[in-house]
Design a protein around this ligand. Structure first.
Ligand code: SF4
Length: 304
């Protein structure tokens, strides 16, 4: 129906999960959790790599996947499952309604549990962890989900259903070799080499870098946080941000498809990692030509 990868897990793989991320609170009778990956086309990153066409990744490679293509596929599949007599919940990108923030803390004053033994609505299933638990791939040092087919180049969705489906095994990690190219090329230096998050997922120890999500909010948009006392007007509501060398825009362009604005083109966590995994011949979605064909460009804003 349009998904590139599908994996099936069982709800008991979430045993021990934080309640705010546990799908069993959304559908207590679920028998299966289905994770889906939708590729970001390599060509969607080309315009940023060239420095001439920035909107395509944020639109076709990001917002349009999250808000159009993925929901349509999920809706059609949920209808198919319900036509067979089993409830199905298509979980798309529901971040705006979730009860926790980017750091996993409860949003103060946002919502309250309807009963004492329930989490605050909305519960937010962690998509990358779900993909891992459903056997789609591994979580790399960058915290990105890496799949054997596309490396870091996909977006994710999850479906819960009361239908009992044959589960897939959890994948043994083999893609991330800790090359640290994601660390080296992240525009804000936000992926540390020496600090990590360690979690136990279905009995497996999984570790990824303790990524600085707060600053990623700016560097993802190719802004640069200025030293204290300096002022910039790159982003609305932030007077401490100027355009960084990976933005050709003096002010950040508008949102596309209510999402995106990924002006730096996921330079470290996606582009650098993909290049590395392709060079190693580890990805099934192989191409005739290497992705990087010339030195990286930089914009010099120092005279502004
Ligand atoms: S760039 Fe290297 S260290 Fe970073 S996630 Fe990819 S394979 Fe792992």
């Amino acid at each position: 129906m349009g998904a590139d990868l599908v994996g099936i897990g069982t709800p008991d793989r979430w045993e021990g999960a934080p309640v705010q991320m546990d799908p069993r609170f959304i559908m207590p009778e679920a028998k299966s959790v289905i994770a889906f990956a939708f590729r970001v086309m390599r060509g969607a990153l080309r315009g940023i790599e060239e420095g001439t066409f920035f909107s395509n990744y944020s639109s076709m490679g990001y917002g349009a996947l999250n808000w159009l293509y993925i929901p349509m596929t999920m809706m059609n599949l949920a209808k198919y499952i319900e036509d067979h007599g089993y409830e199905a919940i298509p979980l798309g990108h529901l971040s705006p309604w979730r009860a926790i923030d980017n750091l996993g803390n409860l949003r103060q004053g946002y919502s309250r549990p309807v009963e004492p033994d329930k989490p605050a609505p909305d519960v937010m299933v962690h998509l990358r962890i779900a993909a891992f638990l459903c056997g789609l791939g591994e979580i790399g040092w960058s915290k990105m989900l890496l799949t054997p087919r596309f490396g870091p180049r996909q977006r994710l969705a999850v479906m819960l259903t009361e239908a009992e489906l044959e589960p897939d095994p959890i994948m043994e990690p083999f893609l991330c070799d800790r090359c640290m190219m994601c660390v080296e090329e992240c525009p804000g230096g936000l992926i540390p080499t020496d600090r990590s998050v360690e979690v136990t997922l279905a009995g497996r120890e999984v570790e990824w870098a303790d990524v600085d999500h707060k600053r990623c909010n700016v560097y993802f948009r190719a802004g640069e946080i200025l030293p204290e006392g300096e002022h910039g007007d790159y982003m609305p509501g932030r007077d401490d941000v100027a355009p960084g060398p990976w933005s050709p825009f003096p002010r950040k362009p508008n949102t596309i498809y209510e999402h995106g604005q990924a002006i730096s083109g996921s330079k470290g966590c996606t582009r650098a990692c993909m290049i590395h995994l392709e060079e190693q011949g580890k990805l099934q979605n192989a191409f005739e030509t290497p992705f990087r064909r010339k030195p990286l460009w930089r914009v010099d804003w120092s005279a502004e």
